[in-house]
Ligand binder design. Structure first.
Ligand SMILES: [Zn+2]
Ligand SMILES: [Zn+2]
Length: 259
């Protein structure tokens, strides 16, 4: 006999609200975190001290988010000056190093959902602050997560970018559309390839499946980590060619060397 009974929506709602008021446990050091409050909103399961020691990027390329040396006199990196990408800006507040990389690995490859929850909260806070402090900049009207090919989706069981996008969509009240774009080619893991190979590898890898939805829209393209910007460049070109108005890149982390 099937004894499984789905929990009523009211239970989930109550649990979510209770969790907000109960103390959390820092996912990095295990100490009890008080309920977030005060002047800055911290993710529920991250203590103040671990939050401070995350690998925040202080100075970055205004366009692709590449970390630049502190006090750098230029606002753009060499690559963006030489080959300006089609996207307008990148919000990637952290370097892809420990301990952030551990949280991302736990979420992405070990399916640890609380880590995904924490990462989603972190990114939502940073995105919301970014537009708050840039009042002339209009926030995107739609979030599109970078899609996985169905084979990789099937193996992993979920798309990490889609999960983050879903959370941020709810937090910022911006619709998320994970069906507007499809990955039609199963490409080898990008990590082992150099810049040119990556760009070649991605040619025709994506296709816009719902052009009317993106027409004249400001799109936030969301991924967990930006490495060489090859994916961001390829998809931005595609979205703009299909009528999108502008593309902003949102990611948790940026690798330090744009190699
Ligand atoms: Zn901690
Ligand atoms: Zn750049």
């Amino acid at each position: 006999m099937d004894t499984f009974k789905p929990r009523p929506a009211a239970f989930n709602h109550l649990k979510r609200n209770l969790t907000t008021f109960l103390p959390g446990f820092c996912q990095l050091c295990g100490t009890t975190c008080p309920h977030p409050g005060g002047s800055r909103q911290l993710p529920h399961d991250l203590c103040d001290s671990c939050y401070q020691t995350l690998p925040w990027i202080d100075c970055a390329c205004h366009c692709c988010g590449l970390p630049l040396p502190p006090g750098s006199s230029t606002s753009l990196c060499g690559q963006c000056l030489k080959h300006p990408p089609a996207f307008n800006l990148t919000i990637a507040p952290l370097r892809y190093t420990a301990p952030l990389s551990r949280l991302i690995t736990d979420f992405k490859y070990r399916g640890k959902l609380p880590s995904g929850q924490l990462l989603g909260e972190l990114l939502a806070n940073e995105v919301s602050d970014y537009y708050l402090f840039e009042p002339d900049l209009l926030i995107p009207e739609m979030i599109i997560p970078v899609p996985l090919h169905w084979q990789r989706f099937w193996r992993r069981g979920f798309n990490q970018a889609q999960e983050l996008a879903r959370q941020i969509s709810k937090r910022l009240d911006i619709p998320c559309n994970h069906r507007a774009l499809k990955r039609q080619l199963h490409t080898p893991m990008q990590q082992s390839l150099d810049r040119q190979q990556r760009q070649r590898n991605l040619r025709k890898a994506f296709v816009v499946t719902a052009p009317t939805i993106i027409k004249q829209r400001r799109i936030a393209l969301l991924d967990d980590v930006v490495t060489t910007t090859a994916t961001a460049r390829e998809i931005s070109n595609l979205l703009l060619a299909n009528g999108a108005q502008e593309v902003h890149i949102w990611a948790l982390a940026r690798t330090a060397a744009d190699d």
